[in-house]
Design a protein around this ligand. Sequence first.
Ligand SMILES: [Zn+2]
Length: 143
Amino acid sequence: MAPEHRDRAISAGRRILARVRPWWAMFRRRSEVAERPLTKWEYGIVTALVGVGGPGSQVVRESVPYLVWTGGCGCGCPSFKVRDRRFPQQPHVLERFSTGRTPDGSVGLDFYLGPDGRPLCVDVETDGKGLRPAPDTLIVARV
Ligand SMILES: [Zn+2]
């Protein structure tokens, strides 16, 4: 390739990158902050995981109707973050509230609260298979 052709190709590449970069940054920002209502499956999972008593459980259960989805996990598993929409976003400081598992043990779940004692995050461990366990089959225990 002649040097002037190469220079032209490089500057064309730079122009395309300059055009795409702000759009990509905006897309990433949006996908990080976009909140939505829980899906039926997410709502079922949270409802199952709060179905245990003990200290703080009243507050946790009271939040469930107000939860919104605030983010997923980049790895493709069905883990998700939530927030009680009546209150500001809590820092990602987690306290485990309960655990769940399928009867055959193929899927394990951990349910975490934020510093305000309200739901913040559901971790679904599926050995990379991305399985979504049926909420009504979960065996749930208080931590
Ligand atoms: Zn994941």
